[in-house]
Design a protein around this ligand. Structure first.
Ligand code: SF4
Length: 574
C-alpha cells in the first residue's frame, strides 16, 4: 500500500516535522511504502493536484494548519473526484477539534486523526494495509482511539486517545533519514506541551509537559549540527520549562555546534542565574529567543489565564540583552480582553526600552478549540470564521483600530526589525517615545496607503518624507544626519539620491575617496576579484555615538565587496 504524507507550507524554506514523525511511527508497519512530499500554499492549485495524482497513492494524509486548511480541503475534494479509490486522511491542529463537523461537510475526507498522530496513525495504517477499512464497511477502524471516520453514511468518532506516555517510543525521523536536513530551516522538538494554559493558545488544551530523553535529544541534535543545518527551530512551546534541563541542552549545543543557528521559544521569567551565565558564553547571534510578552496589562493577562510576572520578565529580558549575545524577539498580541488602542500602545512602550532585535505584533486569532472561543462569545468579539480566525472587532478595538495596529506591525518590520535604521531610531528615541513614533507613522501612512512592495531606497525616501514634514522641526538636522548615516551604512550611495543626501557628499571614489581606497587596498590584502568603493559624507552631529553631539564632521564610508561574502561597510572619520 502506498502512503503519501503531504502538507502545504506557508513558505518554501519550511520543512515539516510532523510528516517525518508520522513516517517514523509507521516505519515498522508491514506492507506500507511511505513517501513524504512537501509543497507550498503559493503553488497553483492545478499543479498541486497533478503532483498528488502522479504519486498514485492508495492513501493520502494531509497535515493541516490555519494557513493551508482551505487549499487542502479543496485539493482533497478534487483528488477524490479524479481518483475515487484514494483513502484521504487529515490530521493536525486545524482539524483535530472539529473532526466530525469536517467529515459531515466534506464527503471527500475519509478519516481524521484527532490530536497527537503517532499513536493512532500506525494502527490505522496496519488496518488499511491489511486490505480492510479502506472502503465500504469500515467498522474495523472503530477500534482505533483518537480518530473520526466516515463509515458508509455515518460519521464515527472514537474515544479520545491519551497522549503517548514515552515520546522516545516514536523512532527518530532524523536517525531514520526521513527528515529533510537540506532545507535552510529545520524544525525540531525536545518536548511537547506547556506548563501554562493561556486561553488563546492550542497548547492550553494539553495538560503537562513531556520530554524526549536526554540521550535521544543529544543524538538528534548531533545529527543536525553535523549536517550543518542553517537554522534549527525548536517548536517546544516553552523550551525552558525546566531550567536545569534547558541548561544541559544549551551547554551541549554550545559544545558541539559547528555553524547552525538555533531558535527557541522561552518564558523569560523562568530564566535563572545559571541559565544567563551559560548563555553569556554562547557566541553572539547563535541563539535566538522568541519571548511572548503578549500584553503589558496585568488584568488583561489575568483574563486569559496567562501567568506572567511582568517586572521579572522585563528584568530578565534586559539581562539577556546586556549579558548575552542572544538575539531577542518579543511578541505582543493585540486585542486581548480589556485592551483598547491606548492600552495596546502602553503594552508596546516598555518593549522598546528593552532594546529587542525584533518586536512582532499580531492581532488575536480566536483559534478552534481554545478557551478564547468562549471568552470571545461572552465578550461579544467579532472574528473571521475563516482561518486564521483573526479578530475583526472587540469591545475595546474597532476594525479601524485593528487595521492601524496591523500597519504598526508592518512598520515595525520595515523600520525596526530589519535593522537598517538603528541610528535614526536612536535619534528619534531621544526626542519622542518610540511607541508614539510608530503610532504616528502608522496614522500618517494610514491616510496615504503604504505601497505593498518597497525597495530599500524607496523606504529610506518615504521615511525621510515623514521625518522632514511631521517630526519636530528643531530636530530635523539631527534626523537628517541619522538617516543619512544609516543610508550610507546600507549601500553605496549612487543614482538618484534621497533628499537627505542633498549637499552632503564631500567626495567619492576617484575624487577624495581615491586615497582611502588605495590605503585600504594596500592594508587589507583583499583576494582577487574584490572591489572597494568609497564616499565621504558631511554630518552636523557626531553620529558615531549617542547623544549625537552637534559636531561638523566628515565620515568616509568604505564598501568592501569580496567574492563569496556579504558586502562590508567600514566607517572612517576624516
Ligand atoms: S501561549 Fe505560550 S506559554 Fe501560553 S500556553 Fe501557549 S505555548 Fe504555553
Amino acid at each position: 500500500m502506498k502512503l503519501l504524507l503531504t502538507t502545504l507550507h506557508a513558505k518554501y524554506v519550511h520543512a515539516s516535522l510532523a510528516l517525518p514523525c508520522l513516517a517514523a511511527a509507521c516505519s515498522a508497519v508491514a506492507g506500507v511504502e511511505a513517501v513524504i512530499r512537501e509543497y507550498t500554499v503559493n503553488e497553483p492549485s492545478d499543479r498541486l493536484l497533478r503532483r498528488l495524482l502522479v504519486e498514485e497513492a492508495d492513501v493520502v494524509a494531509f497535515s493541516c494548519y490555519i494557513w493551508n486548511i482551505e487549499t487542502t480541503l479543496r485539493l482533497a475534494e478534487e483528488l477524490k473526484l479524479l481518483r475515487p479509490q484514494t483513502f484521504i486522511i487529515l490530521g493536525g491542529p486545524e482539524v483535530s477539534y472539529a473532526a466530525a463537523d469536517i467529515l459531515h461537510r466534506y464527503p471527500a475526507v475519509d478519516c481524521i486523526i484527532r490530536g497527537e498522530g503517532e499513536g493512532s496513525f500506525p494502527e490505522l495504517m496496519t488496518i488499511l494495509a491489511s486490505g480492510t477499512g479502506r472502503s465500504g464497511d469500515r467498522t474495523s477502524l472503530g477500534a482505533i482511539a483518537g480518530i473520526a471516520f466516515r463509515s458508509q453514511a455515518a460519521v464515527v468518532t472514537t474515544p479520545d486517545r491519551p497522549a503517548l506516555a514515552r515520546l522516545d517510543d516514536i523512532p527518530s525521523p532524523f536517525r531514520l533519514g526521513l527528515a529533510d536536513r537540506d532545507k535552510p530551516l529545520v524544525y525540531y522538538e525536545t518536548s511537547r506541551g506547556c506548563p501554562f494554559s493561556c486561553a488563546f493558545c492550542m497548547s492550553a488544551l494539553e495538560p503537562g509537559v513531556r520530554s524526549f530523553s536526554a540521550e535521544r535529544i543529544r543524538d538528534d541534535l548531533l545529527l543536525l549540527m553535523e549536517a550543518e543545518v542553517a537554522t534549527v527551530k525548536l517548536v517546544d512551546r516553552t523550551f525552558n520549562y525546566d531550567a536545569a534541563r534547558a541548561n544541559e541542552i544549551w551547554a551541549f549545543i554550545n559544545e558541539h555546534n559547528r555553524t547552525s543557528l538555533f531558535h527557541f521559544e522561552i518564558a523569560a521569567e523562568l530564566l535563572t542565574d545559571a541559565n544567563l551565565a551559560l548563555l553569556s558564553r554562547v557566541p553572539e547571534g547563535v541563539f535566538r529567543f522568541e519571548i511572548g510578552v503578549q500584553s503589558g496589562t496585568p488584568a488583561t493577562l489575568d483574563s486569559v489565564a496567562r501567568r506572567s510576572d511582568l517586572p521579572l520578565l522585563y528584568a530578565n529580558i534586559r539581562r539577556l540583552r546586556e549579558e548575552t549575545g542572544v538575539v531577542v524577539h518579543l511578541d505582543l498580541i493585540a486585542g486581548l480582553p480589556g485592551e483598547d488602542f491606548d492600552g495596546f500602545l502602553a503594552s508596546l512602550a516598555p518593549l522598546f526600552k528593552l532594546s529587542p532585535h525584533h518586536i512582532q505584533v499580531e492581532p488575536l486569532k480566536v483559534l478552534k478549540g481554545t478557551p478564547m472561543r468562549r471568552i470571545a462569545a461572552r465578550e461579544g468579539y467579532l472574528f473571521s470564521s475563516h482561518p486564521p480566525y483573526k479578530i475583526l472587532q472587540t469591545p475595546w478595538l474597532s476594525f479601524a483600530d485593528i487595521c492601524r495596529i496591523e500597519l504598526i506591525s508592518r512598520l515595525l518590520d520595515l523600520v525596526h526589525n530589519n535593522g537598517r535604521f538603528p541610528t535614526l531610531l536612536r535619534a528619534v528615541r531621544g526626542t519622542i517615545p518610540l511607541h508614539r513614533f510608530f503610532a504616528d507613522l502608522a496614522a500618517y501612512w494610514d491616510a496615504r496607503e503604504l505601497p505593498q512592495q518597497l525597495a530599500l531606497a524607496e523606504l529610506f525616501r518615504l521615511l525621510w518624507c515623514y521625518c522632514e514634514t511631521e517630526l519636530p522641526s528643531e530636530h530635523r538636522v539631527l534626523y537628517g544626519d541619522a538617516i543619512r548615516y544609516d543610508f550610507c551604512m546600507t549601500e553605496y550611495p549612487s543614482g538618484r539620491l534621497p533628499g537627505f543626501m542633498d549637499g552632503a557628499l564631500a567626495g567619492r571614489d576617484g575624487g577624495t575617496g581615491r586615497d582611502l581606497i588605495d590605503t585600504a587596498r594596500s592594508r587589507l590584502n583583499l583576494p582577487a576579484g574584490s572591489r572597494i568603493r568609497a564616499v565621504a559624507v558631511r554630518f552636523a552631529h557626531d553620529c558615531l555615538k549617542p547623544p549625537f553631539t552637534p559636531l561638523s564632521n566628515t565620515l568616509s564610508f568604505l564598501y568592501l565587496s569580496v567574492p563569496g561574502r556579504r558586502q562590508e561597510v567600514r566607517v572612517i572619520p576624516r
